[in-house]
Design a protein around this ligand. Structure first.
Ligand SMILES: Nc1nc2c(ncn2[C@@H]2O[C@H](COP(=O)(O)OP(=O)(O)O)[C@@H](O)[C@H]2O)c(=O)[nH]1
Ligand SMILES: [Mg+2]
Length: 200
């Protein structure tokens, strides 16, 4: 099965609490002289037609960037699956493609690599760094919305457990593990991992 850009909505997950960064709204945190949300937008907007920003704070700031902002319907920061759910309910495409707001190193072929592993309208494609699955980097068929809502309704929050209920394929990024660098702590925020400066 081949799918094209117009069937995908990119969803930037910026709905977390940023606990390990003193409760900051991570999308708005500066990294290498640019806000993290702007790093991600700069990388993803050339690759897709539609972008949603999933945020639970500072919604006006995110909306002013020119993209639709959606907030979790489940209260109290129940995790990224709450963001997946509202994105699947808000989008008008057959697939959502997720990525976290705190990973500034998305490659130019991010979408192509995930899309090329699509099998059908029911399989979830998840990025793999060669060592482990990277579950917030995923291409998810919107047809799975009822399953996700039932899972959340049962009180379950764990991404891997929801994926395990479905057919899953992986997209190989083992040649580019730096893609999954993400800013969770002040120490990571000060680490320069951008490809132009990092030849290691
Ligand atoms: N919508 C939504 N997203 C969340 C929530 N909690 C975390 N996230 C997002 O999930 C991603 C991973 O969260 P993070 O705290 O960086 O965890 P880690 O990198 O896996 O240790 C980030 O993009 C967060 O914005 C939540 O309650 N709701
Ligand atoms: Mg993170």
């Amino acid at each position: 099965m081949t799918i094209n850009k117009s069937q995908i909505t990119a969803v930037i997950l910026a709905g977390g609490q940023g606990r390990r960064l003193g409760g900051q709204d991570k999308g708005l945190v500066e990294y290498q002289d640019k806000k993290l949300i702007n790093h991600v937008l700069d990388k993803i907007t050339p690759q897709v037609e539609t972008v949603l920003i999933n945020a639970n704070r500072n919604q006006k700031h995110y909306a002013d960037l020119g993209y639709q902002v959606i907030s979790d319907e489940l209260s109290d920061f129940q995790g990224p699956l709450a963001g997946f759910a509202i994105a699947m309910q808000s989008c008008t495409t057959e697939f959502i493609l997720t990525m976290p707001c705190d990973g500034p190193n998305l490659p130019d072929d991010y979408v192509v690599r995930l899309v090329s592993e699509v099998k059908d309208n029911e399989t979830i494609v998840v990025a793999h760094d060669g060592k482990r699955l990277q579950p917030v980097h995923a291409l998810i068929p919107v047809s799975l919305i009822d399953s996700l809502l039932a899972f959340l309704n049962d009180g379950d929050r764990k991404i891997d457990r929801w994926y395990a209920k479905h057919t899953m394929a992986t997209a190989d990024f083992s040649d580019k593990p730096e893609v999954f660098f993400n800013v969770n702590t002040e120490e990571q925020r000060q680490q320069d991992t951008t490809t132009e400066n990092n030849h290691g």
